[in-house]
Design a protein around this ligand. Structure first.
Ligand SMILES: Nc1ncnc2c1ncn2[C@@H]1O[C@H](COP(=O)(O)OP(=O)(O)OP(=O)(O)O)[C@@H](O)[C@H]1O
Ligand SMILES: [Mg+2]
Length: 357
């Protein structure tokens, strides 16, 4: 191991003699608590008064387009660099004043996995484990558990530099999980993985919920919905929304939408549909014979629509409600510059109830 350059992979680890999580604060409300952090690079403001929190056991998605400030926020939380203004605390420890205490509590997967190409997977994870203060049976048990969790057994003796990108990403995740930290900060954890691996890693993250607090950044909307209980949407350095995926779509919906497909489309069909009380608009659908009906918010008109179609003998082939996807929400919030002038405070709701202290 003497040949290994002792540059910190992404954070400074403690010495071998220090226990992995020597101090655990139990008097805290949120495991991650970010208050008004701003980061400026010269005149450029990368993040602007970002505030959010994560309760114990919660998995939070940090969702935003390129350059939104996701990585910057994560780098501040992992003590990679300080915020220009504001405070961030992890497990009760201040990211500026108590960086070693913070680092003991977290596992961090940066955008580029912090792996040494010239080491084998076993050598590298052993090295990381020792930097984390593990030796002997503790290290062996942690190594075996992590290798099993990330299915790295088949490549354990291979040089990391010769692994495929997806496997290097897995090794990066392995170093974040090795010491089983209570807090995980994962910057785009599924980038570069194939669809099967993506599903496996999402399952792994889901299995951490409850016992671990996780922040993961992603551009992939289904990932946020599949894995996370709460979503923070960030755009150009400012938080524009924070809620559960379901609540976000419910809040931004201006009307209920019903899609119907008819066998026969007589000329008076559209007019008769418009005449149903509560229908706001009738738009042609993508397929022949289909329509998109916009209904007043809060009204379920499926029964009335079905009755009209059946009594008119138009032949009802399909009738379904259309819900707003997280993708619609994301586009709506990140498309318009006017959301930046005034962050959508009404969109920000209280975080999920804390499950434990
Ligand atoms: N070291 C730096 N010096 C100057 N500007 C920087 C630096 N690092 C990041 N930025 C700028 O800060 C802003 C936020 O960048 P950041 O990397 O946090 O975005 P991101 O949301 O992670 O984007 P992506 O989805 O592409 O990873 C961008 O405008 C970026 O150009
Ligand atoms: Mg990034």
């Amino acid at each position: 191991m003497s040949k290994i350059p002792l540059v910190a992979a992404n954070c400074r680890f403690e010495s071998e003699t220090t226990s992995v999580s020597s101090v655990v604060r139990t008097d805290i409300t949120f495991v991650i608590d970010v208050q008004n952090i701003t980061k400026r690079y010269g005149h450029h403001t990368a993040i602007d008064r970002v505030t959010f929190s994560v309760a114990k056991g919660e998995v939070l998605a940090f969702l935003g387009p390129n350059g939104a400030g996701k990585t910057t926020t994560m780098r501040i939380l992992t003590c990679f660099m300080p915020a220009t203004e504001g405070h961030a605390r992890v497990a009760g420890f201040d990211c500026t004043d108590q960086p070693l205490d913070v680092k003991r509590q977290i596992g961090y997967l940066p955008e580029t996995p912090p792996v040494y190409q010239e080491l084998t997977v076993t050598e590298y994870l052993t090295f990381v484990g020792r930097l984390r203060g593990m030796t002997g049976q503790t290290l062996t048990a942690a190594f075996d558990r992590t290798i099993g969790r990330l299915e790295l057994g088949a490549v354990r003796h291979r040089l990391i530099g010769n692994l495929s990108r997806g496997y290097r990403q897995r090794v990066g995740l392995a170093q974040a999980l090795l010491h089983d930290p209570p807090v995980l900060i994962l910057d785009e954890p599924t980038v570069g993985l194939d669809p099967k691996q993506i599903i496996e890693i999402r399952e792994l993250i889901k299995s951490l919920a409850g016992s671990h607090s996780v922040i993961l950044s992603t551009h992939i909307l289904p990932e946020a919905t599949a894995v996370c209980q709460r979503v923070v949407i960030i755009n150009k350095g400012r938080i524009v929304a924070e809620d559960t995926p379901e609540q976000l779509s419910a809040r931004l919906r201006h009307s209920e939408k019903v899609s119907i497909t008819l066998k026969a489309v007589p000329s008076d069909c559209e007019m008769k549909l418009r005449a149903i009380p509560g229908i706001l608009n009738v738009l042609p659908g993508q397929a022949g014979g289909s329509f998109l009906l916009e209904c007043e918010l809060g009204r379920d008109l499926r029964d009335e629509i079905a009755r009209l179609v059946v009594s008119s003998h138009w032949g009802l082939l399909e009738l379904r409600t259309i819900s707003m996807t997280l993708e619609d929400v994301f586009l709506q919030l990140t498309r318009h510059e006017d959301h930046l002038a005034e962050p959508a405070e009404a969109m920000v709701s209280a975080p999920a109830e804390q499950t434990d202290a």
